[in-house]
Design a protein around this ligand. Structure first.
Ligand SMILES: Nc1ncnc2c1ncn2[C@@H]1O[C@H](COP(=O)(O)OP(=O)(O)OP(=O)(O)O)[C@@H](O)[C@H]1O
Ligand SMILES: [Mg+2]
Length: 266
């Protein structure tokens, strides 16, 4: 898990990634690494290209150019469904869960890559496969306990608060037993207590050795949670370093203040 210098190895390596949407360059020649055992932050003003970067990493959008390596393998052209079994999982800025299903059923869907095709579908129809069903349900319940929602397992997703939905989304993502968990604005819409709880959860996962890549606008949260922070602005990477160095970086300060000033004039 270490390189020649004794430091942690990259679990994810982005090399000169570019993504265009017509004439707009959403991601412009961005290179960075997320290291094993670390929490890497990806921050930047609205429209910086953070979520697009997640889409490139997970493969739901192809790169215009550049390369992506995950766990030492080139995944630049790998179809999205092949990346989850490799150990990649993400949560969404706008939570995507099945509203007509229960909390437990949504987490069970996250177990899908761990089980052969069709088993989860059979599970949901609650037919046969009793042993696997029990194992899957036990694992899903463990995950709900971890995020503090075991008591809501049988509730419909539609009845949950935004904070609870974000936690179910994390449980769903963890169900695939990822090596890298990517979270897109996990603290958005959370109150202070929920945010502190999330921070603790991230620290627990980090202590278990899980590498994470976190997009977040809450700067205090990012500064506390992250070992390293990559900063994007208008598609480009403008800084990459420790929380301390990024906080004091002139380009970062200018990007945030510039954007605030622009908003203030609207
Ligand atoms: N499907 C798309 N088609 C066209 N343009 C897009 C598309 N998705 C994103 N963009 C544009 O790409 C740029 C980067 O968007 P992205 O959503 O990656 O930013 P972000 O850093 O995640 O912003 P936020 O903090 O607001 O979530 C923006 O200018 C956005 O309008
Ligand atoms: Mg975004």
């Amino acid at each position: 898990m270490t390189n020649q210098n004794g430091g942690p190895q990259a679990i994810l390596k982005i090399d000169q990634a570019v993504r265009r949407f017509g004439g707009l360059i959403a991601v412009n020649q961005v290179s960075f690494e997320a290291l094993n055992g670390q929490v890497t932050g990806l921050i930047g003003p609205n429209g910086a290209g953070k979520s697009t970067m997640f889409d490139l990493i997970t493969g739901v959008r192809p790169l215009t150019s550049g390369e992506i390596y995950f766990r030492g393998q080139r995944v630049t052209d790998a179809p999205p469904h092949t990346r989850s079994p490799m150990g990649m999982a993400r949560t969404f800025q706008i939570v995507r869960l099945f509203h007509g299903m229960t909390v437990l059923e949504n987490v069970l869907l996250g177990l899908h890559p761990k089980f052969p095709d069709g088993i989860i579908r059979s599970l949901l129809a609650s037919r046969a496969l009793a042993a696997q069903e029990r194992a899957a349900r036990e694992r899903a319940m463990e995950l709900l306990e971890f995020v503090g929602l075991a008591n809501r397992a049988a509730d419909l997703i539609a009845h949950l608060t935004l904070g609870q939905l974000r936690l179910v989304d994390i449980a769903r993502a963890l169900a695939s037993d990822p090596a890298l968990l990517m979270m897109d604005e996990p603290a958005a819409g959370l109150n202070d207590a929920e945010t502190r709880n999330l921070l603790e959860m991230i620290m627990t996962l980090k202590n278990r050795g899980l590498a994470m890549l976190v997009v977040e606008h809450d700067i205090d949260f990012i500064m506390t949670a992250c070992d390293r922070i990559v900063v994007m602005d208008r598609g480009a990477k403008i800084a990459d370093g420790t929380p301390e160095s990024v906080r004091n970086d002139e380009n970062v300060i200018a990007a945030y203040i510039g954007r605030k000033a622009a908003h203030a004039t609207h």
